[in-house]
Design a protein around this ligand. Structure first.
Ligand SMILES: [Zn+2]
Length: 190
């Protein structure tokens, strides 16, 4: 190998190394952003918890700004439609004055159900960031994957497992205290 070949090889490797470094930095920055917004989705979930609702929260981000927030209010509103994502979508659509949520990212503490996943795809949202998965009802890869299904005219990018522990612990705590409450009520009736 002569000198110039060796130099070209070195320059090529240096460019590759810089590209990989830039990619790693971009991924780290994205991860940090994802953590920040998932914490806000958890704040929404806490509002549901306070109402005695299954604690699920959602925020929608557009151009690094939260434009929609929502939390589960199914029992409070006596409505199937009162899922965190649907409430947040209504607010985001109002903010953008458009039903299309192109350029938006959904941050959800729990994997979306079939209704919400369908609505997210209908709204053409870019990306969905999921806290914990829902093996029995989730449609972002568990029961089925509506968010990334081939065949629809739109697909979302999906990131899973952001603050997974915190999101799942909040749900477990909720169901644990609900079971205790039901047990105490049973005893009171005896
Ligand atoms: Zn839902």
């Amino acid at each position: 190998m002569n000198d110039s070949t060796e130099k070209r090889r070195q320059r090529f490797e240096e460019r590759q190394r810089r590209k990989e470094q830039a990619l790693a930095e971009a991924e780290a920055a994205q991860h940090k952003t994802d953590l920040r917004y998932m914490r806000q989705a958890l704040t929404q979930a806490r509002k549901a918890y306070a109402l005695g609702e299954v604690p699920i929260g959602c925020v929608i981000v557009y151009e690094d700004k939260v434009i929609g927030r929502g939390y589960n209010r199914r029992n409070t509103d006596k409505s199937t439609l009162s899922h965190a994502e649907i409430t947040a979508m209504k607010k985001a659509a109002k903010y953008l004055d458009d039903w299309r949520l192109e350029g938006c990212t959904f941050y959800v503490t729990l994997e979306p159900c079939q209704m919400c996943s369908g609505a997210i795809i209908q709204a053409r949202a870019d990306r969905v960031v999921i806290g914990c998965m829902n093996p029995k009802a989730g449609c972002g890869g568990s029961v089925m994957n509506i968010l990334e299904a081939d065949g629809f005219n739109h697909k979302a990018k999906v990131t899973r497992g952001i603050l997974e522990e915190e999101c799942s612990r909040m749900l477990k705590d909720f169901f644990k205290s609900l079971r205790q409450k039901l047990k105490t009520e049973d005893k009171d009736e005896l």
